[in-house]
Design a protein around this ligand. Structure first.
Ligand code: FES
Length: 86
C-alpha cells in the first residue's frame, strides 16, 4: 500500500484502502485541510501533487488546476507513494 506524504504538514500516513479519500486520511491524522462540497465539484480541496499519481474512483465534475488534485475524492493510484504539497 502507498504512503501519503503531506509535505507542508510534515506528516506521512499509510493508505490502508479503508479511507474514502486522501482528504479523509489527512483528517484522521488531524490535518486541517481546506474543503467545501466534498463531492468533487467546488475544487476548494485542491492541492499540488508533487510526486505520484491519483485516481478518482467516483469521478469529479470540478477541474483542479494543472498539477493539482481534488483531495476530497481522490485516492492513490497503485502502490507508489504520493507526495502532496499540503
Ligand atoms: S471539496 Fe469540493 S471538490 Fe473537493
Amino acid at each position: 500500500m502507498a504512503n501519503i506524504v503531506f509535505k507542508k504538514s510534515g506528516v506521512t500516513a499509510p493508505w490502508t484502502g479503508n479511507e474514502e479519500s486522501i482528504l479523509e486520511l489527512g483528517e484522521i491524522h488531524d490535518l486541517d485541510l481546506d474543503y467545501g462540497c466534498r463531492m468533487g465539484n467546488c475544487t476548494a480541496c485542491q492541492q499540488p501533487i508533487l510526486s505520484g499519481e491519483v485516481d478518482y474512483p467516483n469521478g469529479h465534475t470540478g477541474e483542479p488546476d494543472e498539477g493539482n488534485a481534488l483531495l476530497c475524492c481522490c485516492q492513490p493510484k497503485g502502490d507508489a507513494d504520493l507526495v502532496i504539497g499540503a
